[in-house]
Ligand binder design. Structure first.
Ligand code: NDP
Length: 451
């Protein structure tokens, strides 16, 4: 049977674009459909604009610290309009880069919504239909609001980048990556931030000591963080929304921001109709090669709800091309993924938390917390933390957790050592780089406890 294309990719985010262009570079006839903007969540409404907002939000502290270092600083206010104009121009540029990458590799692009008609056919919102030997679904996910009265008035992360102006006050609901990152960003930009998290401590799943320190630092920087608290209902009122909370309070906030998780984009795509199995959250169920229950249909990235991170989607895309177009079956390696949370201070982490590791085997914990030189000189009380979780039996470093400015940069490098299977003694015999914060990671001599 002959097909219009060897590969039809649905979704022009990080994973889909990578898979499309690498398959095309291998000589495959590839098409890609995207209903919104090329670049997807990461480039258009996630990692990239978020990180630029992180940079913007760090200047007030930097200016204050500059004074402590002897500079005369005349600080004006922050112009959200100036920043967002520049931000939007940068996103337009990046979207252009993504389109060029695709066209440069000979991928045919359709600016349209695609749905699956059968195991080898997609139909587009333009009315066209195409057949393909393989179909790759890389449609990502979207933020969800909880089901409660008035929730439709609340913002989600997609909306933050399109605000006409910053609110004076905001209530953030949630305690995950997005809630905590935006609490810090908006606080830095001068918004009065309150955060409600329903659990006992923010950033569930991360190392307890790291979570504790970040929560403490967030409170110290002025975020009004309440744990064990959730929103019950919201109603419009003068100046914003009146919020009834589970802690018995009723307060008015100018805006409410739901950072309460994300859902895979699988609705109305014809997936179940053609036999593709979906999981409980609507995610596409795939095997280790990203193949669905329909053999010609594969799925990668957030739509599979495995590890919702850009570099993981990209690796899944590369492994898919290796498997399907290069005759080299390559399972996706989801072990020991380093990651960073861009709170202030950041968390950089790789491997097991103390809690996970100690549940599996006896471990030694090496941990130090101190005031870093740069901030301490400026009179700040902020602390950073370096922690290693070490197997007693094998001496391998099972987990590395860093809470510090720049922890995202540090953990990328520590991640190489941990992925290679470095032991505590390998860390010990590595010479310190002085004076840095990260030198502490190779100078911790005695475990603070065993677990
Ligand atoms: P998360 O799943 O990380 O967090 C969702 C938060 O919302 C949790 O604290 C959860 O609480 C809470 N929540 C869920 N439902 C409700 C509800 N009905 N009422 C109140 N609270 C609720 O999702 P995010 O949206 O923050 O991020 C999604 C994913 O995107 C992340 O897991 C990550 O993979 C990725 N991401 C990565 C970033 C990075 O690499 N720096 C940055 C941003 C996102 P509970 O803990 O109790 O379930």
């Amino acid at each position: 049977m002959s097909f219009d294309y060897d590969l039809f990719v649905i979704g022009g985010g990080s994973g889909g674009v990578r898979a499309a262009r690498v398959a095309a570079a291998e000589g495959a006839r590839v098409a890609l459909a995207e209903e919104d903007r090329y670049g997807g969540t990461c480039v258009i409404r996630g990692c990239v604009p978020k990180k630029l907002m992180v940079f913007a939000s760090e200047y007030p502290d930097a200016m204050e610290d500059a004074r402590a270092y002897g500079w005369t600083v005349h600080s004006g206010g922050f112009s959200w309009q100036d920043f967002s104009t520049k931000l939007n121009a940068e996103l337009d540029r990046l979207e252009g880069v993504y389109r060029k990458l695709l066209s440069g590799n000979g991928v045919t692009m359709y600016d349209a919504r695609a749905v699956l008609k059968d195991a080898h056919t997609v139909s587009l919102s333009t009315g066209e239909s195409f057949t393909a030997k393989h179909i790759l679904v890389a449609t990502g996910g979207r933020p969800v609001r909880p089901d409660l009265p008035g929730a439709e008035h609340g913002l989600v992360s997609d909306d933050i980048f399109h605000l006409d102006e910053l609110p004076k006050s905001i209530l953030i609901i949630g305690g995950g990556y997005i809630a905590c990152e935006f609490a810090c960003i908006l606080n830095g930009l001068g918004v009065q931030v309150t955060q409600y998290y329903r659990g006992a401590q923010i950033l569930r799943g991360f190392d307890d000591e790291a979570r504790g320190l970040v929560a403490e630092e967030m409170r110290q920087s002025g975020i009004d963080l309440h744990v064990g608290s959730n929103i019950l209902e919201m109603a419009s009122t003068e100046g914003g929304y009146r919020i009834k909370a589970t802690n018995g309070t009723e307060k008015v906030f100018e805006q409410v921001f739901f950072a309460t998780g994300r859902k895979p984009n699988t609705d109305g795509m014809g997936l179940q109709e053609i036999g593709v199995e979906l999981g409980r959250n609507g995610e596409i169920v795939v095997d280790e090669y990203s193949q669905t229950t329909v053999p010609s249909v594969y799925a990668i990235g957030d739509v599979t709800d495995r590890v919702a991170l850009t570099p993981v989607a990209i690796r899944e895309g590369m492994a898919f091309v290796e498997t399907v177009f290069k005759g080299n079956p390559t399972p996706v390696d989801h072990e020991l993924i380093p990651t960073a949370i861009f709170t202030q201070p950041e968390i950089g982490t790789v491997g097991m938390t103390e809690e996970e590791a100690s549940a599996k085997e006896p471990v030694e914990i090496y941990c130090t917390s101190f005031k870093p030189m740069q901030q301490a000189f400026a009179g700040r009380q902020n602390r950073v933390m370096m922690k290693l979780v070490v197997s007693k039996a094998s001496r391998r470093v099972l987990g590395c957790h860093i809470v510090a400015p720049g922890a995202g940069e540090m953990i990328q490098l520590a991640g190489v050592a941990v992925k290679m299977g470095a032991t505590k003694e390998d860390f010990d015999r590595t010479c310190a780089v002085h004076p840095t914060m990260s030198e502490e990671i190779v100078t911790m001599k005695t475990p603070i406890r065993t677990a």
